[in-house]
Design a binder for this molecule. Structure first.
Ligand code: AMP
Length: 238
């Protein structure tokens, strides 16, 4: 008895995406847009950890000090967290991972979890001085979670979210000295991670300093190209 073929439409629909880029490169903003465009969940490991800290869960208590200091949570803990998140029903037709993998060990684990399923890799590149500027001026709405930029010199704590009126606050790890620490951490781990992926045809570097709409368009063009290639490959084996 032969196994019935997987319907082509559902195989083509699967989009497994990861974003690599320094903190402040616009990953979060772009991830929301791209996940929405392809109907896949946006899985931000930073958001999951911050929510756990806020809710005071055992995980949150475990990672609180690491997050506040801008360090990296252990590979084991991150791997467990991502494994169980990718098993959830909404990730069965694809996902967009934002903030994971951060290390080569995490990248290996992700490949294992995917078991040969295609992975599209997008790297957003932005120079460090532009990032320090961006992050120092970034605020997050306590109510709806949207990210906003405030004017230089403003503390932003008293400003209201233009979307829901909630309070805009600075993320604890966006304090200037923590930003520097996070950028150092990123630089130390990014190079081997980029080395791990950059030979793959599914890897693309996008200039994160373009207008946000242009960044979105460039990422979508990369994803669409990869999906066409994948569809051609699938047709070739049928
Ligand atoms: P992010 O919002 O991606 O900048 O993540 C915020 C913080 O969460 C980081 O500074 C780390 O402390 C932690 N974190 C998020 N994702 C990872 C990961 N894949 N590996 C280790 N730590 C992580």
């Amino acid at each position: 008895m032969t196994t019935p073929p997987t319907p082509r439409a559902s195989r083509q629909a699967r989009v497994n995406l990861i974003f690599i880029g320094p903190p402040g490169s616009g990953k979060g903003t772009q991830a929301v847009r791209i996940a929405d465009r392809y109907g896949i969940p946006h899985i931000s490991t930073g958001d999951i950890l911050r929510a756990a800290v806020k809710a005071g869960t055992p995980l949150g208590r475990q990672v609180e000090a690491t997050l506040a200091g801008g360090g990296l949570v252990s590979d084991d803990l991150m791997t467990d967290l991502v494994r169980s998140r990718l098993q959830q029903r909404d990730a069965q037709n694809g996902f967009l991972l934002d903030g994971f993998p951060r290390t080569v060990s995490q990248a290996h684990t992700l490949d294992e979890l995917l078991g040969g399923a295609p992975l599209i890799v997008t790297m957003l590149s932005v120079a460090s001085d532009a990032i320090v500027n961006r992050l120092s001026n970034r605020r997050i709405c306590e109510a709806c979670g949207i990210t906003q930029s405030v004017f230089v010199g403003s503390e932003g704590e008293n400003e209201a979210c233009p979307y829901c009126g909630g309070r805009l606050v600075r993320r604890q790890d966006d304090a200037p000295e923590t930003i520097r620490r996070r950028l150092e951490n990123y630089a130390a781990v990014a190079e081997p991670l980029i080395g791990y992926y950059h030979e793959r045809p599914s890897f693309a570097t996008i200039d994160g300093l373009q207008r946000p709409d242009d960044v979105t368009a460039a990422i979508a063009a990369h994803v669409d190209r990869q999906r066409i290639l994948l569809a051609d490959r699938l047709r070739g084996v049928e």
